[in-house]
Write a protein that binds this ligand. Structure first.
Ligand code: F0G
Length: 405
């Protein structure tokens, strides 16, 4: 573990109290500042003794690995998606399938570090608001760490698989009369009263674990930096974490090129994309976000300003995709690559398609799409958008008749 400080992202003030989630001086967001001096002496191969996964990158993490709470997260495949690339018309496309994490989403990367930090602090109760995946992940890691867990979910808007996970792992599942933004407000109030240790991405330790997806992509590509990385944007923690990882790799001298970070939002929940289109540094919250991609059904993203900075600073881009484009992309990934992702994750592929057609992405680019969650999380979205099962009798003749029709 490198030494680190928690600082305000806006005014740079040092923040010492681990139960404070906004800068006491200016109200800004908090960020971990790693001291990477000793990593500058190292090379990527020095980390290869550890298996591919979050803790291979311990020198970039602000938690002592001896406190680690792990279910072997990370180490997910990076597919060379040739059929997908041919279909959408780009020279090289890779799919980083983070739906193959222990609880089926990228959240496990942040949660192993966040809950390890909670253990380090001696926290007994952890909590988060969630559109589903964060709660599934936190519930699992809290179980593993023997901590109490409360999750705040927008009532009726969480995919079945995710809800089942939070219940299964024994979290107190609170169904909030409101959307994600309101659920987060409630969770933050409880954290301010110090009733729980909050593990949303407003906690600066969680995005630190999420940096590992970028480190893994670099390892898997042999440090041949892709032109562009595309990912869905909801609360905007992940794109912020990926940006931080890119900047840290540049700082230690392991990369000399910066990939264009490109965020995709759902058309019904577009505050960051709208601000990007207007060239603004800040966004106007969306009052009533709505999309089939419930994971990114968020109107007031905590890290929205940082997402905008990530895209501007890397020469990236941002756009929205409709629910129809999301479902088409989800099916395309299944049909061409045998990969089943949830709707929010398909947004990255839908965004690739759209930005190619707009000429924003050049067809000669090498692109990585991060697919954040497993399709099995949300079976309803798949069943509702697939042809129904074919009623069949119980004879070979029945089957032959159906197959030949
Ligand atoms: N993809 C999936 C599958 C998600 O679950 C989320 C966020 C995102 C993308 C967007 O990531 O918020 O870092 O921009 N899910 C959160 C949750 C909000 O509560 O599970 P982000």
């Amino acid at each position: 573990m490198a030494s680190h400080r928690v600082v305000c992202w806006d005014c740079g003030a040092d923040v010492g109290d681990p139960y404070v989630y906004l800068c006491p001086r200016c109200g800004g967001l908090l960020s971990v500042k790693m001291d990477l001096e000793h990593v500058k002496e190292m090379e990527p191969k020095d980390l290869m003794k550890e298996p591919l996964g979050v803790w291979r990158y311990a020198p970039f993490m602000p938690v002592d690995p001896s406190h680690r709470v792990s279910i072997q997260e990370g180490g997910t495949p990076l597919y060379d998606a040739r059929r997908l690339a041919a279909d959408v018309g780009v020279s090289e496309a890779h799919v980083k399938f983070d739906g193959l994490n222990p609880t089926g989403s990228f959240k496990d990367r942040g949660m192993t570090v966040g809950v390890s930090r909670a253990r380090e602090l001696g926290a007994k109760v952890v909590g988060c608001a969630s559109t589903g995946n964060t709660s599934a992940s936190l519930a699992a890691y809290a179980a593993k760490a023997d901590m109490k867990c409360a999750v705040f979910l927008p009532s009726g808007k969480v995919a079945a698989g995710k809800l089942a996970q939070a219940l299964f792992y024994g979290a107190k599942v609170l169904s909030v009369d409101g959307n994600f933004d309101e659920a987060l407000g409630l969770a933050r109030e409880m954290a301010e009263k110090r009733r729980l240790y909050l593990l949303n991405s407003i906690n600066p330790y969680r995005p630190e674990g999420q940096k590992s997806v970028l480190f893994e992509i670099m390892d898997q590509l042999g440090y041949d930096v892709p032109d562009r990385i595309i990912l869905p944007v909801g609360n905007a923690g992940n794109i912020t974490a990926v940006h931080k990882a890119v900047m840290e790799l540049e700082e230690v001298g392991w990369i000399d090129k910066i990939p264009m970070l490109t965020g995709i939002q759902a058309a019904g929940a577009p505050p960051v994309a709208r601000a990007f289109a207007a060239g603004k540094d800040d966004f106007v919250p969306e009052e009533s976000p709505e999309t089939i991609a419930t994971a990114i059904r968020i109107g007031n993203p905590v890290n929205g300003r940082r997402a905008l900075r990530a895209m501007y600073d890397t020469g990236g881009s941002c756009t929205t995709v409709t629910d129809e484009e999301i479902i088409d992309a989800q099916r395309l990934l299944g049909k061409t690559e045998g990969v089943c992702v949830e709707p929010a994750s398909a947004a990255s592929v839908a965004g690739l398609r759209k930005l190619l057609s707009m000429g924003v992405i050049d067809k000669g680019e090498r692109v990585v799409c991060i697919c954040t969650g497993n399709g099995l999380k949300d079976p309803d979205a798949i069943i509702q958008n697939s042809p129904p099962p074919i009623p069949c009798g119980n004879s070979v003749e029945d089957v032959e008749r159906i197959l030949s029709s």
